[in-house]
Design a protein around this ligand. Sequence first.
Ligand code: PRX
Length: 647
Amino acid sequence: MSDSIHPASTSFTDAANIKPDDYERLYRESVEDNAGFWGRIGERLEWFTKPTRIKDVSYAVEDFRIRWYEDGELNVSVNCIDRHLGERGDKTAIIWEGDDPADSRRISYRELHAEVCKLANALRNLGVKRGDRVTLYLPMIPETAYAMLACTRIGAVHSVVFGGFSPDAIAGRIADCGSKLVITADEGLRGGKKVPLKKNVDEALTRAGTNCVETVLVVKRTGGAVDMQMPRDRWYEAVVDGQPEACEPERMGAEDPLFILYTSGSTGQPKGVLHTTGGYLVYASYTHECIFDLKEDDVYWCTADVGWVTGHSYLLYGPLANGATTVMFEGVPNHPDIGRFWDVVDKHGVTLFYTAPTAIRALMREGEEPVRKRSRKSLRLLGSVGEPINPEAWRWYHEVVGDSRCPIVDTWWQTETGGILITPLPGAIPQKPGSATKPFFGIQPAIVDAEGNTKDGATEGNLVILDSWPGQMRTVFGDHQRFIDTYFKTYPGRYFTGDGCRRDEDGYYWITGRVDDVINVSGHRIGTAEVESALVAHEKVAEAAVVGCPHDIKGQGIYAYVTLNAGEEPSDELRKELVQWVRKEIGPIATPDHLQWAPGLPKTRSGKIMRRILRKIAENAPDQLGDTSTLADPGVVNSLLEGRMNR
Ligand code: PRX
């Protein structure tokens, strides 16, 4: 059933940017002459100095480099704003839809230009220079877009921290990249509830390593009371007021840093994924145009928060570089009621809609009626991102949300990849529910076994990418060796994605999920190591092991095994306290769904925790535990199985 094929309708295909016959030919060209292909695609941007050296890449560990458009010079804000002013000055760049349905605004490219320039001037006056890092901890409001673009205008490197992260998590990210300035808001507003953003920043700035911050700019969103510490804290409105509406853009090298975005890995603390200027923008804009079949009059809505990479590449940079109208939504899908997404679609005439499987599953649970009650006739294409979409959710999305009329692009990519790598091109590649289908132009995926041998034909294994693409991350901020070790050592000469994958007899790719110690909760990455270190930081905890477990809505949930210090007694109260503790240490997205007391953990004789066994216990699959004979104490397994029953 899940292999049923859905070609796009002829009316879609006839008007599509990439036609059925084009894909194979263009794909072949793109890999046979990769540099030539990306050289031509690079011309879509406006460069101060056109690049002549298109590609210089070596994945060999001893001679490692990734450089694209190296000698080109450009500015991202010029590409996202200024160059549209001639023909699209009055076109809406951003439709802002507030948490409250009565609250919305349209911002034209001309207005966007003025706002970005004013803030860029203000930042320069505050001493922010090219290369300086700026942390943004903001809700989904227009000022967030202004702030990101203003950083790019003056060559500052932004690091957006998702508004759901805790003071500790903010502090870690500020300290790691040494931010000079933080931009936040008094409070965020989501689903009618207030989020104390400024207060969280205040707390973060009391932590070690955050004394790099000289200034905190505060946007007034709710008008709630905040504690302004002078001279550090300044109101955004006050510093921007009276600034000129023009600002000379910095000429940036293509390989100059554009932004840092922290993401979880299988070990240690989150790493600062660094993207650079030229290649990233070429890749984000080109993929956005092809994959979403973008046309001049489209109203495009990506529901992701700008705190994640999807919000960077496909809410802001890709769409604006393409001169599109992009919707920015402050709220949540179920406020004021479960039909909010479709109300917004009808209100603004959204044509292209991009969301995550977790949202689709949550809406699906509420039945068809809230969807059917709204027209949705403007929709012509749907997208999915962040985790595998199960075929049932795919069908519901297709039949109910899209009235069986809209193709679905199931887009596979990662924070590290900067843009989409495996996806249908909606007019050219027939879809199969649950499959990300085929590689985008220039992308060469391969499937390998544990030893790194390439597996041909219909097969399953680990997903690697054989060659670079312009949107690829360039380094882990401050730790280049970690970048090489994490992605290029497991399978030398290839980029290791961390994902498992199946390829079927039609050459379609099916992502099966992470094969490392990363959990994908509602499309957000959480490192097991992060949750474990939060748990062991509690005074009563001796040891903790965390694994993912199946979850109907979130895709994966967090399952924690906790060993208490000698003398401590397990209790329901302590369980609640530990769950709250993790929320506080990392943020609500890391809240454990299950917490099981573990008198002991399954370890090998060398002391390594066998997570495979813990995963199977969490999944309640005791018959699939596999070989347990290498455990130092095989008896541990039975006591954990019993403990699970009594959880
Ligand atoms: O496991 C894959 C899953 O999300 C991971 C990347 O997470 P992150 O860096 O947070 O970026 C999410 C948004 C791009 C991948 O390693 N993933 C992402 N998209 C898909 C997916 N899994 C299956 N199908 C997808 N379409």
